[in-house]
Design a protein around this ligand. Structure first.
Ligand SMILES: Nc1nc2c(c(=O)[nH]1)N[C@H]1C(S)=C(S)[C@@H](COP(=O)(O)OP(=O)(O)OC[C@H]3O[C@@H](n4cnc5c(N)ncnc54)[C@H](O)[C@@H]3O)O[C@H]1N2
Ligand code: MOO
Length: 434
């Protein structure tokens, strides 16, 4: 997402979206999170964590040459009428044995089951092997049981016939063909997905080294905000942003160490920021109190910090933004309108966490049709809450950033680059699947 920086009203500096993502990444990387040690976790606790170092294979996979089929392990040369030469055209693993209609008789050897070490295969014999069982030494091809005559497993000492001309290597999964010993399996910074965790387990590892979870404090502000379950006065609203940010940051793999609300009182905010009643967060994520009003507590208190900035980012919603650093704690200040809070967390904080290696990848962006007419914004990236139906993105509700209930079913964001004029329904647009 680009988004042009420039001047915006109110004497604020205005900055592009990507530039602000980089600025958030910067404060996260300068926070105490960067100094904390990586940790080793058990695989059952590893899902969603960020790999701290390159993962290399301590063993090859497969660990030994094994069979890809239930069948007979043979010496390929035994099935060739000239007694040895492969037909190179038939060599490819998994291909049928070729045009030679002839059958070769072999003596049935002892059965090799998965999990058991087989005896070496004597010349002129065929050993029943099951999928995943080691190939007996001496054997170099597997004939699937359904191609044998009879097409069943016979007892040791019986005679079985297999098609002649078996290529060497047929249905053999060579040791190290997935990954060699010492080979690279995952780069640092990867999110540990179920398939990644399966691969790590297959390598015999019980634990994996991951980056520390980001410790996040969530801070909401405003005299008008009361907690859900409390009775608001005529001029009060329920705190939507604490629950919203909490859910979002947990989903991004962060550990929420404090959730606090302060009224529009500078002293209360200062006290909270220096409190040791809870585990010190690496990052505070705040909502509200940063724009042009008379009671902007976050902006007032944090503007006094040497390493702070309050500005406009060229996007809507989520225009007003702020950043600060207080003794190793980064403060990412998001605007208070609930949809602005949410969109800022999705479109700014999430990519910044991903770029810092503190959270999962940013959502996947695809190009797809919008289902309704949309309107671009001059000079600002417009981010539109949407629902994805598998083909098209449907806009939910209006553009205003108080419309949280209308946005509640959103599972996608439509991103319109700055510009003028309408985007008619059916036009391709950028859709981010959340
Ligand atoms: N004169 C100007 N006014 C405003 C501007 C501007 O540029 N000039 N920007 C507007 C935009 S855009 C946004 S977004 C908001 C951002 O304001 P703040 O971040 O200072 O947020 P607040 O004023 O504290 O609250 C805004 C709005 O959100 C509600 N809110 C706040 N916290 C919560 C919460 N935890 N749960 C639910 N709702 C919350 C609050 O009641 C307000 O309705 O400023 C515009 N104004
Ligand atoms: O940018 Mo505010 O975030 O429009 O509502």
């Amino acid at each position: 997402m680009a988004g042009h920086g420039g001047r915006h009203g109110h004497g604020h500096r205005s900055r592009g979206v990507d530039e602000h993502i980089a600025a958030i990444q910067g404060v996260i990387e300068r926070s105490r999170w960067s100094d904390r040690a990586t940790e080793e976790v058990a695989l059952e606790d590893a899902a969603g964590r960020v790999l701290a170092e390159e993962l290399t294979a301590p063993i090859p996979l497969p660990r030994f040459d094994d069979s890809q089929m239930d069948g007979y392990a043979v010496r390929a040369a035994d099935t060739h009428s000239d007694g040895g030469q492969d037909d190179s055209a038939q060599k490819e693993s998994g291909q049928r044995g070729g045009a030679d209609p002839g059958l070769v008789e072999l003596l049935v050897a002892a059965t090799g089951a998965a999990g058991h070490e087989p005896a070496p295969l004597a010349p002129g014999t065929a050993a029943p092997v099951m999928t995943g069982a080691p190939i007996p030494s001496g054997a170099d091809a597997v004939v699937p049981v359904e191609e044998a005559a009879p097409s069943q497993f016979l007892a040791e000492g019986a005679t079985v016939r297999v098609p002649s001309g078996q290529p060497s290597g047929r249905f053999v999964r060579p040791a190290g063909s997935d990954v060699a010993r010492g080979g690279s399996v995952l780069p640092p910074g990867m999110i540990l997905s179920p398939v990644a965790i399966g691969a790590i387990a297959a390598l015999g590892l019980q634990r994996v080294r991951v980056r520390p979870r980001l410790r996040v404090g969530i801070l909401t502000t405003g005299d008008e905000v009361v907690e859900p379950g409390q009775q608001p006065s005529a001029a009060q609203v329920h705190n939507a942003n604490a629950a919203l940010l909490c859910a979002q940051l947990v989903r991004l793999g962060c550990r929420v160490t404090a959730v606090r609300h302060v009224i529009d009182d500078d002293e209360q905010l200062r006290t909270l920021l220096s409190s040791s009643d809870f585990e010190a967060p690496d990052v505070w994520v705040s909502s509200g109190g940063i724009s042009e009003g008379a009671f902007e507590v976050v902006r007032r208190v944090l503007s006094a910090e040497p390493d702070s900035e309050f500005l406009h980012v060229a996007m809507q919603p989520g225009g007003p933004q702020g950043l600060a650093m207080i003794e190793g704690t980064a403060v990412v200040c998001l605007p208070g309108n609930p949809v602005s809070t949410w969109v800022s967390a999705e479109a700014l904080l999430r990519p910044a966490l991903a770029a810092a290696g503190a959270g999962p990848e940013a959502p996947r962006a695809i190009t797809a049709e919008c289902a309704e007419d949309l309107e671009r914004l001059p000079g600002r990236t417009r981010i539109i809450r949407a629902r994805w139906d598998g083909h098209r993105a449907h806009r939910l509700g209006g553009y205003s950033s108080h419309l949280l209930a209308s946005a509640a079913a959103a599972d996608a964001l439509i991103v319109l680059e700055p510009g003028e004029g309408p985007v008619p329904a059916g036009e391709p647009v950028e859709v981010r699947l959340l």
